[in-house]
Design a protein around this ligand. Structure first.
Ligand code: COA
Length: 331
């Protein structure tokens, strides 16, 4: 696959407020042991009432600027993957433009649920390769706490808030992205949806409260079978075997799903990065959060091959294989 795109900076942010499993015990009939055993989640970060997805994006991009001493003044495109935009329009991406005063840039939000960040990387790679753009901010950000039903114990234990950003630029040489794959099964869209959008697509009655609704058991089944096939297809496209990949970064939906994916695809858990334990399922933010934690810890280092694989509402899947070229920071 062709690529002239290099990742030149990474930044992340999570809100300060922490919601632990014992906090959830006060809201619904659940307990820490059940949540940890079924999901691997210990706690999640939750935005304040005054904090929106755009605020998390600003903080993640600022973190990137501070650590890598990069400028966003000449960014010429912004993509924000999110299922929780502050509003449908203006887009979150256009708010990022305004916040940083970027003088000449296109912008768009994309919705591919938990596959959003990998899908955004694929889009950015294509835009850079076409020559239309040269420097793109790619952000995955969510405030899922604002659309979580805290009376439903089967969903409220799962979700958290966060944001992660990559800066992607045109290079003269070979780019970092070496393979990509995506797949959608819209016939199963009703298994996981935001209720205000449910109406005609799913054939289910219209609901307008805008909350996450899911059939957890069916989503689980789909993830461990169809997503595993998708990961295998991406590997086949790349001509690589799991042992030739340094780090597997599946979307952090649930630790049990990650373990099953590893079993079915041939990855070892030791090769796998996740952000599930301390952040929960942060949808489009989960993959950059997992990568950045490992970058900061010196586990992910320049020259290594990473397989990123997002999956979720839609039902969508998107994955990329890329060669990492960044240190923890430039300072
Ligand atoms: N605390 C305690 N008990 C709970 C509970 C909670 N938070 N949530 C459900 N239960 C109960 C159920 O009511 C049920 O009780 P019952 O047998 O008396 O009826 C029992 O636990 C088992 O429920 P079940 O739905 O079969 O649990 P599960 O093992 O499938 O786990 C999920 C539920 C949601 C954790 C699991 O289905 C899952 O992870 N699905 C995938 C969800 C996901 O990742 N979505 C995002 C994809 S991007």
């Amino acid at each position: 696959m062709q690529s002239n795109a290099v990742i030149t900076a990474i930044g992340t942010y999570v809100p300060e407020r922490i919601l632990t499993n014992s906090d959830l015990e006060k809201l619904v009939d659940t307990n820490d042991e059940w949540i940890v055993q079924r999901t691997g989640i210990k706690e999640r970060h939750i935005a304040s009432d005054e904090q929106f997805t755009s605020d998390l994006c600003f903080a993640a991009v600022q973190n990137m600027i501070d650590r890598y001493e990069v400028s966003v003044a000449d960014v010429d495109y912004i993509i924000v993957a999110t299922s929780t935009p502050d509003s449908v329009f203006p887009s979150v991406a256009s708010q990022v433009q305004a916040h940083f005063g970027i003088p000449s840039t296109g912008s768009t939000d994309i919705q591919a649920a938990c596959a959003g960040f990998a899908a955004a990387i694929q889009l950015a790679n294509g835009l850079l390769l076409s020559g239309v753009h040269r420097k793109i901010l790619v952000i995955g950000a969510e405030t899922l706490s604002k659309i979580t039903d805290y009376t439903d114990r089967t969903t409220c234990i799962l979700f958290g808030d966060g944001a992660g950003a990559f800066l992607m630029e045109t290079s003269e040489g070979i780019g970092d992205i070496t393979a990509a794959y995506s797949k959608t099964d819209g016939t199963r869209g009703h298994l996981l949806y935001r209720s205000s959008l449910a109406s005609a697509i799913s054939g289910h009655p219209i609901q307008t409260n805008g909350l996450i609704v899911q059939n957890g058991r069916e989503v689980y089944r789909w993830a461990v079978s169809h997503v595993a096939e998708g990961v295998q297809q991406l590997l086949e496209n790349s001509g690589l075997l799991p042992e030739q990949i340094d780090w597997f970064i599946p979307h952090s939906a649930n630790m049990r799903i990650i373990e099953s994916l590893c079993e079915r695809t041939g990855f070892a858990m030791e090769q796998t990065l996740s952000s599930i334990q301390l952040y929960g399922n942060t949808s489009a933010a989960s993959i950059p959060l997992a990568i950045d934690e490992a970058v900061r810890a010196g586990r992910v280092s320049p020259g290594q091959l990473l397989l990123l694989y997002g999956f979720g509402g839609g039902l969508t899947q998107a994955g990329v294989i890329l060669r990492w070229s960044l240190p923890a920071n430039r300072q």
